[in-house]
Write a protein that binds this ligand. Structure first.
Ligand SMILES: NC(=O)c1ccc[n+]([C@@H]2O[C@H](COP(=O)([O-])OP(=O)(O)OC[C@H]3O[C@@H](n4cnc5c(N)ncnc54)[C@H](OP(=O)(O)O)[C@@H]3O)[C@@H](O)[C@H]2O)c1
Length: 356
């Protein structure tokens, strides 16, 4: 493992710089405090030679090969699972600290799964030299849930997600945009199958996304659950350090470009009040409370997109359970749900490397 670049800023590689998450990452790296020396942009051989802007400078993309990690201290991986599975260990073997955004290592017992507002201490224990970034659906709610858990002690989580199409990468966004063009200005949406016939190819989704909601995200797993639903369960348990926590998720895709929303039923060990929950959420780092329904104030993806915090509204105490809260949560799946959380983890590592 790297002992740290004493006396200089660490060098960073962004692997997958050309993708949906990578593109947002370049913007975030340009906006945040500049803790990095060189920033090297890496993607597939298809993109080698392309020029992208980061920190206001045109930077050439290099192909993913072993030499791409020469002189690098920290590497963010924003690439498909199989690419991370193969290349993250190669980078780690060269002494690079890897922060991986894919699903390849999240449930590996030797890889910490980190949300800096919730479990920053976990960053330091990384036997494989790899730190995992949680999936976007879990990340879109977990900062708010972690703050409430610290006060009330979480005992059960039941969530439904309303997930944006950019969770399926650039292909997901392109699919919704072309479907919206196909249905715009028509009377479609009034007869069974009329939208399906009009949009034709459903791209990475199992049903049309325009004028529709689709109760399926990810791939089918045992007993009818989807991979996305299992990720919410397993990753929430790991981040919160509650391996037995009952968690039930139903993941639904909606025709939103970016920003995942969730309804949350959270049950606690202690009795809750809306007033105390408001106080906690108001002062929690990374959370914005937006809860005045009488004035039409609640979070929506159209307002939350492009922002960093987790937005929380519609906070109610369950009518039949004084220990449970009902919430509506929105988080930008490409920022806090992916690139921002990765950047925050990498900054924690950079601080560690420069201080060691
Ligand atoms: N979208 C989200 O909301 C979200 C949220 C959290 C986590 N993630 C995860 O983040 C990762 C990236 O997702 P994305 O949505 O940004 O995907 P994407 O838009 O499809 O981008 C994929 C990136 O990976 C690169 N890549 C693909 N195959 C490669 C290879 N063989 N060698 C080197 N580079 C390769 C691509 O480079 P080229 O352009 O050269 O092909 C591109 O930069 C995935 O693991 C995803 O599950 C996504």
């Amino acid at each position: 493992m790297s002992t740290g670049p004493s006396g200089r800023k660490p060098n960073l590689a962004v692997v997958g710089a050309t993708g949906a998450v990578g593109t947002v990452m370049l913007g975030i790296l340009s906006e945040r405090a500049d803790v990095w020396g060189e920033i090297r942009l890496v993607a597939s051989a298809r993109s080698a030679g392309r020029k992208l802007i980061v920190r206001g400078e045109e930077t050439e993309v290099v192909a993913l090969e072993e030499e791409a990690f020469d002189g690098i201290d920290v590497a963010m991986f924003d690439v498909p699972d199989e690419v991370s599975a193969r290349w993250a260990p190669i980078a780690a073997a060269k002494g690079v600290v890897v922060v991986d955004n894919s699903g390849a290592f999240r449930m590996d017992a030797d890889v910490p799964l980190v949300v800096p507002e919730v479990n920053p201490h976990a960053v330091r224990v990384r036997p494989r030299g790899i730190i995992a970034n949680p999936n976007c659906t879990t990340l879109s709610m977990i900062v708010a849930i972690g703050a409430l858990h610290a006060e009330f002690g979480l005992s059960e989580l039941i969530v439904s997600s309303y997930q944006a199409v950019s969770g399926a990468g650039k292909e997901g966004v392109d699919t919704l945009r072309s479907q919206l063009a196909a249905v715009a200005g028509t009377e479609l949406g009034t007869a069974p199958g009329d939208v399906r016939r009009a949009v034709g190819d459903t791209g990475p989704f199992p049903a049309p996304m325009a004028l529709n909601v689709v109760p399926f995200a990810g791939s089918l797993r045992e007993d009818g659950w989807t991979s996305e639903e299992l990720k919410v369960r397993n990753e929430s348990r790991k981040i919160l350090g509650l391996p037995e926590l009952p968690v039930t998720a139903t993941c639904v895709r909606v025709p939103v470009i970016t920003t995942h929303s969730l309804t949350v039923h959270a049950r606690f060990e202690k009795e809750v009040t809306v007033g105390r929950a408001h106080d906690i959420l108001r002062s929690a780092p990374g959370v914005v409370l937006c809860d005045n329904p009488a004035e039409g104030e609640f979070p929506t993806p159209a307002d939350a997109v492009g922002t960093d915090p987790t937005w929380v509204g519609r906070v109610r105490r369950s009518m039949d359970d004084a220990r449970a809260l009902e919430l509506f949560v929105c988080g930008d799946n490409l920022r806090k749900g992916a690139a921002l959380n990765t950047a925050q983890i990498a900054e924690v590592v950079a601080a560690e490397l420069t201080s060691s």
